[in-house]
Design a protein around this ligand. Structure first.
Ligand code: GAL
Length: 526
């Protein structure tokens, strides 16, 4: 790894590393899986950016520090924790109605009363102890206080999704350590539906023999269960939609134990001839009302590709969206990811606890949309930019890959606890663009609840570039500590500017700390 130094302002700055060698691959991953991200013999090996692993031995609580529930409704929360096994958990001050299973690390039950409870969590192993507070907020409309973390079947399985594939994904989330980092929604997208029974009851197709049993399977592991439908008569994959069956469908989902619903516009296009705000909102209000009747907490994911500036109305009480797609479907190309991601600065103010802009699912790892799996077409640097930008945008991190085929690079990309902590920061302020230099470099920043600033240094150009994060663009002054989030190390104290050499389509993600006093010069004694 090569490092460069230049003199900027008062400090010698260390510039970002050039792309490093292929990361060491763990012995756990079978050889044929590793080849998934290594192209054919003739193609040059991709160079992998420098990302620290999350394999530290000491215990650590991951994921959000705040989670919400409605009193009287089922609550399931598996404490996401890493560290060398075995981990032992102690949980103190649970709100009345919840119990904790120390062998699985899962909190369950139904909170009895409204209110916020600071729950103390202690995680121990032979290497140390981690203590943290998780605030459980019980009240109405307290879902998705941080952006949902999870997996969805679409980008890898398309309409070939099956019960077996969903179970395999859940098991792989556990095995790879992703669940321990906080990924907890396991969502079936389009392709589960069969026909309606003569009484109108929706039935799954032959690939899903028992959705209630699938929900139970997920809940037993501490996962939450997501499903998909459309307000139109058909979904985008030409399966049966919920049009004129919303209440019965919502009731059925609740019986199956569904915790998350993606409601996808699709054939409603044929019903909504005129795109007035009222017409655009109506189908989402209808399903909202149906969900409210179920007495189950169901995160509501609005999917209509940003029509009618959905971000301006999706949180209205009549709609109650917890996330809303802001654009059309993402693809695993730089053009798609960068066009979608970098257009979000003006939308930042609409995101916040309880409701999030959704720039679509992640396209890292092995994807395929149902027509055979293949490695993402994004380069490693582009993948890092993708995850960095989504975390800065406070976007839901919904994985779209085959979790059973994760290579070491993708695993590191998805399990960096400091990146996830930025995404899950409870202040919920999404990043905005603070500078664009005209040479394809941009600087984006989001304030964190502890007063620090998360800053992305991006290079959208085709050349290696120096990206300057100037304090004047970030509203900062003084000497400040800088931490490299992907490398998970403090890089030093900087004044006025932090500069990094960033590869084409690449990123550097830093967190800038509070002002530091000038060091005292020790004067010679008289
Ligand atoms: C699209 C949606 C995708 C996926 C697909 C299923 O409209 O944006 O995320 O759900 O439909 O058919």
């Amino acid at each position: 790894m090569r490092k460069l130094g230049i003199l900027v302002g008062c400090c010698v700055l260390t510039l970002g590393s050039t792309p490093g060698p292929l990361l060491p691959l763990t012995t756990e991953a079978p050889a044929q899986q590793l080849t998934a991200e290594v192209p054919a013999k003739v193609a040059p090996e991709p160079s992998y950016p420098d990302i620290a692993s999350n394999d530290e031995l000491t215990p650590r609580l991951n994921g959000p520090r705040i989670v919400g529930t409605t009193p009287g409704r089922e609550f399931i929360y598996r404490i996401p924790a890493t560290g060398a096994p075995p981990l032992t958990y102690t949980v103190a001050n649970l709100p009345a109605g919840l119990t904790f299973d120390a062998t699985t690390g899962i909190i369950r039950g139904r909170v009895l009363r409204e209110g916020t409870t600071p729950v103390s969590i202690t995680i121990r192993n032979r290497h140390g102890v981690a203590r943290a507070t998780l605030r459980i907020v019980a009240g109405r409309n307290q879902l998705a206080l941080t952006p949902p973390l999870g997996w969805n079947s679409w980008n890898v399985w398309g309409t070939t999704v099956s019960d077996e594939k969903v179970r395999a994904a859940a098991e792989a989330l556990e095995k790879t350590g992703l669940a321990a980092c906080g990924y907890r929604y396991v969502c079936i997208d389009d392709g589960w539906q069969g026909r309606r029974a003569p009484d109108g009851t929706m039935q799954p197709n032959e690939r899903f023999p028992d959705l209630k049993a699938l929900g139970d399977f997920l809940h037993a592991k501490g996962f939450l269960f997501g499903i998909y439908t459309s307000p139109g008569p058909f979904t985008c994959g030409r399966y049966v939609g919920s049009w004129r069956h919303e209440e019965a469908d919502a009731r059925l989902y609740a019986q199956w134990g569904v915790d998350y619903l993606k409601h996808d516009w699709c054939s409603y296009e044929g019903i909504a001839r005129q795109k007035t705000p009222e017409v655009l909102q109506r189908p989402y209000a209808v399903m909202r009302a149906a969900l409210d009747k179920t007495e189950r907490d169901i995160v509501y994911a609005i999917c209509q590709y940003g029509l009618g500036e959905v971000w301006t109305w999706a949180r209205n009480p009549a709609i109650g969206g917890n996330l809303w797609r802001t654009t059309g479907d993402i693809e695993d190309t730089w053009e798609s990811v960068s066009t979608i991601g970098f257009q979000h600065s003006p939308l930042a103010r609409f995101a916040g606890p309880g409701g999030w802009n959704d720039p679509d699912m992640l396209v890292v790892g092995v994807v395929g949309w149902g027509s055979g799996t293949r490695p993402t077409r994004l380069t490693p640097d582009e993948q890092m930019t993708h995850v960095t930008l989504w975390a800065l945008l406070a976007a839901p991190l919904i994985l779209g890959c085959d979790v059973t085929q994760l290579n070491e690079f993708t695993r590191r990309l998805l399990t960096n606890p400091e990146v996830i902590a930025i995404d899950q920061d409870e202040l919920g302020m999404a990043a905005t663009r603070r500078a664009a230099a005209g040479d394809g470099t941009e600087v984006w920043a989001r304030p964190l609840v502890d007063g620090r600033l998360a800053v992305g240094l991006f290079n959208r150009s085709e050349e290696m570039r120096t990206v300057l994060a100037r304090w004047s663009d970030l509203g900062l002054t003084g000497r400040r500590t800088v931490r490299d989030v992907w490398q998970r190390r403090d890089v030093g104290v900087f004044d006025q500017v932090f500069a990094a050499l960033v590869p084409p389509h690449g990123t550097r993600l830093i967190v800038i700390g509070p002002p530091r006093p000038m060091p005292r010069r020790s004067l010679p004694s008289p």
